[in-house]
Design a binder for this molecule. Structure first.
Ligand code: SF4
Ligand code: SF4
Length: 113
């Protein structure tokens, strides 16, 4: 079996890297991935609604851009956390990983049927 491949406008093959998981322990709830995803894959939820053990990491301890500004108007509200609501709609573009300041995502290829 071979992995699902797509085609660019000029007919070049590329291999989609579908979203596999989002590490909620690293997520700072900034919403960047939600903004860039064109496929409605994500949902921002209250962190307390998930069964997470937050004792190991202080999510407020670093700013992803090295300053204390409210970067680009994104909230960095650590009471919220992003979740994968609907990975079946993912097209594997990896925009979420490229924009995420915390390296939360892992991706996978999918075998063609
Ligand atoms: S890989 Fe692309 S389509 Fe899939 S969740 Fe990330 S941004 Fe959305
Ligand atoms: S971009 Fe990363 S840190 Fe920000 S909400 Fe998405 S997964 Fe969380």
């Amino acid at each position: 079996m071979t992995a699902i491949v797509g085609l660019t406008l000029d007919g070049t093959e590329w291999t989609p890297q579908f979203v596999e998981a989002l590490d909620a322990q690293k997520c700072i709830g900034c919403g960047r991935c939600f903004r860039v995803c064109a496929r409605n894959v994500f949902e921002l939820v209250d962190r307390e609604s998930l069964d997470l053990n937050d004792e190991e990491e202080d999510l407020d301890d670093d700013d992803p851009f090295g300053d204390d500004d409210d970067d680009d108007g994104f909230s960095d509200d650590t009471s919220m956390v992003m979740t994968v609501k609907n990975n079946g709609d993912c097209i594997g573009c990896e925009a979420c990983s490229k924009i995420c300041p915390k390296g939360c995502f892992t991706h996978m290829t999918k075998q063609a049927a």
